[in-house]
Ligand binder design. Structure first.
Ligand code: NAD
Length: 467
């Protein structure tokens, strides 16, 4: 995608060369970005909500007008299949429209007071400056679901996209700029997380840090930001299970597991990476699952493949290492397991959809996040064992069960340790108007993203007694 990226600071694009100069340029740009945000924050806070909403809605329209261009960029830069890339761009369009509408009516609530002379109400005030740090796997949707509520509630923003996918982030910021955001309200700085991120987590001008990415980086970012007295939101990794019970419609179960595991090349925080399958249907399920995995066409998204490449050589390497580990641990490789080479694969980091059966809960393939198209299938004897296995990991992001038994469905919802629980549905795929977040090592748990809940992180509540 070329080798020069751009930072957007105080309403202007500044070239930032990659390579050696990244580290020299970016700390200065990151500091300038925070200063520009601090200077712009009051003006944006006092911009009336309806006006902020109008600008966010204009950003949504701008994104919609550039949808084809953004979709192509997303396919080229990150490797999504075309329908996945188009869906992600549309999600960003919808998110800005949704929070644009919220900006018009999100302010606080009037309450009944004990005295007839008192008007009792709450107002939600912006935090000030929010720093947003995002991963490469949804390089337009995740920035959108942080930027839109932060801006809707009147915060100025400093934004650091992932180094693997800066180009679509640049286009997103162009759309915001074109929509009429005042200079300094949104600033974007690309570059290595350790350099830009540490300015964002330590600078006294930043009030809140919202991070999405890996658990190891997130915990370090969260600790540094909290140490510096900032409000912190962390959304991190997952090891999401789908439980398949004997009453399940097996065709549907296979579709749910295969699309959850291999959609977006398994590079989703909510990807299904464990199928926990009752022994009564285990063999039949596996047979159909292998057929489904082998019917997925792998190739460049621009050529219309079902499943694209991994984003980088490093990510591919990580997946291949986990495949070796799983083999070494004694899991049974049923299909896949190899890197794809030769035309048309030589220009990308392609790997086959991979299924390991007979995995046991203590194997690393059953409890560590792979972030590639690799599924571990674990046999279980009954519902109790399925729940024990499902909950026996450090993560708790999304989880699903396939069953026709209402009691199992209800018990699953009650007992699963996850922020998202689904019945007869895949672990991936989210509605934008309901809260999203995880439990355990998947999330900082305090604040949710998306929907109304997504507004809370960016605001402080003030209670007013007006006599
Ligand atoms: P990552 O943790 O490597 O990077 C995330 C972001 O943090 C990037 O912008 C990176 O440059 C930045 N960063 C790196 N080091 C930093 C530091 N020291 N200080 C500040 N920022 C720093 O994650 P990734 O590889 O980009 O994304 C994949 C991970 O994201 C997976 O673990 C996945 O599960 C997770 N993820 C979680 C969610 C969720 O909502 N829970 C959504 C998508 C992805």
């Amino acid at each position: 995608m070329g080798n020069s990226h751009h930072n957007f600071v105080d309403g202007e694009w500044i070239a930032a060369e990659t390579g050696e100069t990244f580290e020299n340029v970016n700390p200065a740009d990151a500091t300038r970005a925070v200063e520009a945000a601090v200077a712009a924050a009051d003006g944006w806070e006092t911009t009336p909500g309806p006006e902020r909403g109008r600008i966010l809605q204009a950003a949504s329209e701008r994104l919609a007008a550039r949808k084809n261009e953004l979709t192509e960029a997303l396919i080229r830069e990150e490797g999504k299949a075309r329908p996945e890339a188009a869906g992600e761009v549309q999600r960003a369009v919808d998110i800005f429209a949704y929070y644009g509408a919220k900006a018009r009516d999100f302010r606080g609530t009037v309450k009944a007071a004990s005295s007839p002379d008192t008007t009792l109400y709450t107002v939600q005030e912006p935090m000030g400056v929010a720093a947003l740090i995002t991963p490469w796997n949804y390089p337009i949707a995740i920035p959108a679901w942080k930027l839109a509520p932060a801006l809707a509630t009147g915060n100025a923003v400093v934004f650091k996209p992932a180094t693997n996918a800066p180009d679509v982030a640049r286009m997103l910021v162009e759309c915001l700029d074109d929509a009429g955001l005042p200079p300094g309200v949104v600033n974007m700085v690309t570059g290595p997380g350790s350099v830009v991120g540490s300015v964002f987590t330590e600078h006294e001008g930043v009030d809140a840090v919202s991070f999405t990415g890996s658990t190891s980086v997130g915990l370090a970012v969260g600790a540094a930001a909290q140490e510096a007295g900032k409000r912190v939101q962390l959304e991190m990794g997952g090891k999401n299970p789908t439980v398949v019970m004997p009453s399940a419609d097996l065709e549907r179960a296979v579709d749910i597991v295969a699309s959850g595991a291999f959609g977006v090349t398994g590079q989703a925080c909510t990807a299904c990476s464990r199928a926990i399958v009752h022994e009564d249907v285990y063999d039949e399920f596996l047979e159909a699952l292998v057929v489904a995995a082998e019917s997925i066409t792998v190739g460049p998204g621009l050529d219309g493949a079902d499943m694209g490449p991994q984003v980088s050589a490093d990510e591919l390497q990580g997946t291949l290492e986990y495949i070796d580990i799983a083999r070494g641990e004694g899991a049974t490789l049923l299909t896949g397991g190899s890197r794809l080479t030769g035309a048309p694969y030589d220009n990308g980091h392609f790997v086959e959809p991979t299924v390991f059966a007979d995995a046991s809960p203590e194997m690393r393939i059953s409890c560590e996040e792979v972030f590639g198209p690799v599924l571990a299938v674990l046999p279980v004897g009954d519902f109790e064992e399925a729940m024990e296995v499902a909950n026996d990991v450090e993560f708790g992001l999304s989880a699903s069960i396939v069953t026709q038994e209402l009691t199992e469905a209800n018990r699953f919802v009650d007992e699963i340790e996850a922020g998202v629980a689904k019945v007869n549905d895949k672990t991936t795929g989210l509605e934008l108007h309901v809260p999203f977040g995880g439990q355990k090592a998947s999330s900082s748990e305090t604040y949710r993203e998306q929907g109304d809940a997504g507004l809370e992180f960016y605001t402080l509540s003030k209670t007013v007694y007006m006599n």
